[in-house]
Design a protein around this ligand. Structure first.
Ligand code: PAF
Length: 286
């Protein structure tokens, strides 16, 4: 079933709930790929009623970003959702989600302004706002997000905790192409040369992981090495390479504990992101 209004969606979910069904939600902007399908599969295996929302959310795009050219293959998305046995697709218009009278936004301070938030001001405000709206419309028991958007996952978990939103968040592993490139709806923008170069994100992360496993603990050293590798890749331009603690997303000069190694790289106007989460043992006493 496909719904486009808040009322019809609430009714469909209420009918499922009335017969005791547990509700899982997979929020998406469509252009579904195997990463999204892994979220729907996780939702399917853990819930009785699976909702996929498909909404290209204008408030999370900056004025110079790709809102108008963002891929919208809706019919194909519907087929994929049906193949994965989703029960309901919520596909609202921008006017339904943001009527002219709309004025309320969710801000997750501090966490929203670092990493991707530094180069995409307002992005996480848009994400937090639309996701809270989706939670309020669907009231899922569990919602599924990908680890590729690590900062998004952290921002949303903070929002849920701070605002006492009664939903559990499941963060599912990154799905990759055979050569390591993380799946993203934006990969379709890459020309063949950019696509070949884009493996540098994963390669840089794997090299950093190896160096950390071998005992390197200086963030400056690791970041400089990764930047050098990316700078040497034709067509690649670093937005950021960062090593932060996963709780506050703040830089950590010496690595220790739950560490997020994250990067964003431009190929032309296409911005790709990737990350690894690591549990780094303390350095041995000198
Ligand atoms: O991760 C995404 O696709 C989007 O940021 C989300 C969570 C669907 C909100 O628009």
């Amino acid at each position: 079933m496909i719904t486009t209004t808040v009322e019809a969606t609430r009714q469909a979910v209420a009918a499922a709930r009335a017969i005791g069904k547990r509700v899982g939600l997979v929020p998406t902007m469509g252009a579904l790929h195997a990463g999204h399908l892994s979220l729907i599969q996780a939702a399917r295996s853990e819930n009785d009623f699976v909702v996929v929302s498909i909404f290209v959310n204008p408030t999370q795009f900056g004025p110079k970003e790709d809102l108008s050219r963002y891929p919208r293959p809706f019919e194909r998305d519907v087929e994929l959702c049906e193949r994965e046995r989703a029960d309901l697709i919520f596909h609202p218009t921008p006017e339904i989600m943001y009527p002219l009278s709309f004025t309320t936004y969710v801000e997750v301070h501090e966490l929203q302004k670092v990493l991707c938030g530094a180069s995409r001001p307002g992005h996480f405000r848009g994400v937090a706002t639309v996701v809270l709206k989706l939670f309020n419309v669907i009231e899922p028991d569990v919602a599924y997000f990908g680890q590729k958007d690590a900062q998004q996952a952290r921002v949303l978990s903070q929002m849920v905790r701070d605002l006492d939103v009664p939903v559990a968040l499941r963060i599912c592993p990154i799905v990759r192409e055979p050569d390591g490139l993380a799946l993203s709806s934006r990969n379709v923008y890459l020309n063949p040369a950019e696509r070949a170069g884009a493996t540098v994100l994963y390669q840089s992360l794997m090299r950093m992981r190896q160096r950390i496993d071998a005992g390197e603990r200086s963030a400056d050293v690791l970041i400089a090495e990764a930047r050098q590798r990316i700078d040497a890749t034709p067509g690649a331009r670093v937005d950021y390479v960062a090593i932060v603690d996963y709780d506050r997303l703040q830089p950590m000069p010496r690595l220790k504990g739950k560490v997020l190694v994250a990067l964003a790289v431009y190929f032309g106007t296409t911005r790709l992101i990737d990350n690894v989460l690591m549990d780094v043992p303390a350095e041995p006493e000198a």
